[in-house]
Ligand binder design. Structure first.
Ligand code: HMG
Ligand code: MG
Length: 298
């Protein structure tokens, strides 16, 4: 049975923009976040505190976060890979951060320059400091349905890493199909295996739409009771360490489907499409999402 309400975690300002060749200036990124707030999103991932040598697009995340943090009723998580990232995020006022691990060893090396276990060990002090400061921590697991380097990823590896993140104190774990290779039955099987170990309320899903499967995968997993879905306005996105990864599931495609299913999100579709048009224009291209294109000219 479907949930009555779905919390959408909007990741466009982070996952969406981290992989764009065109640099979006800080004021434009802040303007995008303001439009997403106005559209009614309750959780907006605004940036990451990672090495600017690795992901230069996110180098101004402190300014973006500081411009919006504290806005009532909205959380603004930011990615942190280690202590250094957490310290910078806290200095910018972060009230929520996200750590990110992978279910694939090869991807962990490419994305974090360390093994899965080393990454988890680095998160331990991050979790401790965050707990002391009353900051919530979300956890990501990448490559849950396949890896661009390793190929197949055993479900047992996804379960193990998700479990570790929850045991370490993450309030929620977001399962990422980083390259978008998964299909509906594989997604549902993977989620069912994780849900056997972790309460379904603590599972979020993060699909990339590279193969056009994101919406179908989402629907299959909503039916299992998952009620938190990551998505990216305008279908922006990708991952600099996952060749071929295209955008995330587009937020407006997701909202359109959920509206049709009678599932509440609190998001105003017209305003959301306006935000998609705004950022797509700033990137110099048409809106990539189907719903954005279909409804964009009204
Ligand atoms: P490293 O080179 O092994 O790190 O990288 P290091 O500790 O040896 O430090 C190297 C340099 O980076 C040093 O500076 C550090 O100070 C600096 P230098 O002395 O050379 O001038 N440094 C930092 N600077 C700023 N912020 C920091 C930080 N840490 C170290 N936090 C590291 C390790 C983790 C830093 C690097 O691998 C990195 O930044 N990786 C981030 C990669 C990334 O952001 N990937 C995209 C996000 S994940 C994703 O998209 C997937 C997701 O969407 C889910 C899905 O789709 O599956 C979440
Ligand atoms: Mg992603």
């Amino acid at each position: 049975t479907f949930p009555k309400h779905v919390r959408i975690v909007e990741v466009g300002p982070r996952d969406g923009l981290q992989n764009e060749a065109a640099r979006i200036d800080t004021a434009t990124r802040i303007d995008l976040v303001e439009r997403l707030i106005a559209a009614g999103l309750e959780s907006i991932e605004v940036g990451s505190f990672v090495s600017p040598k690795w992901v230069p697009q996110m180098a101004d995340s402190a300014e973006v976060l500081a411009a919006v943090v504290g806005r009532p009723g909205v959380s603004f998580p930011v990615l942190v890979p280690n202590d250094k990232g957490l310290a910078a995020a806290l200095a910018a006022g972060a009230r929520e951060v996200a750590v990110f691990a992978a279910a694939s060893e090869a991807f962990s090396q490419k994305n974090l320059n360390c093994s899965i276990d080393e990454s988890l060990a680095r998160f331990a002090p991050v979790m401790a400091t965050a707990r002391d400061r009353g900051v919530r921590v979300r956890g990501y697991v990448s490559c849950v349905l396949g890896c661009p380097y390793q190929g197949e990823v055993p479900v047992a590896d996804v379960v193990r890493v998700a479990r570790r993140l929850i045991d370490m104190g993450c309030y929620e774990v977001s399962l990422g199909d980083t390259v978008g290779v998964g299909t509906a039955s594989a997604a549902a099987r993977m989620v069912a295996a994780v849900a056997a170990e972790i309460p379904i309320e603590r599972i979020a899903l993060h699909f990339h739409d590279t193969y056009g499967q994101a919406l179908a995968n989402t629907l299959a997993c909503l039916d299992l009771g998952v009620a938190v879905i990551d998505a990216s306005v305008g279908g922006l996105g990708g991952c600099p360490y996952a060749a071929g990864a295209s955008g995330n599931l587009a937020t407006e495609d997701l909202v359109y489907m959920l509206n049709g299913l009678g599932i509440d999100t609190g998001v105003d579709l017209d305003r959301l499409i306006g935000a998609a048009q705004f950022i797509s224009a700033a990137l110099g291209r048409p809106v990539a999402s189907r719903v954005g294109r279909a409804l964009g000219d009204r």
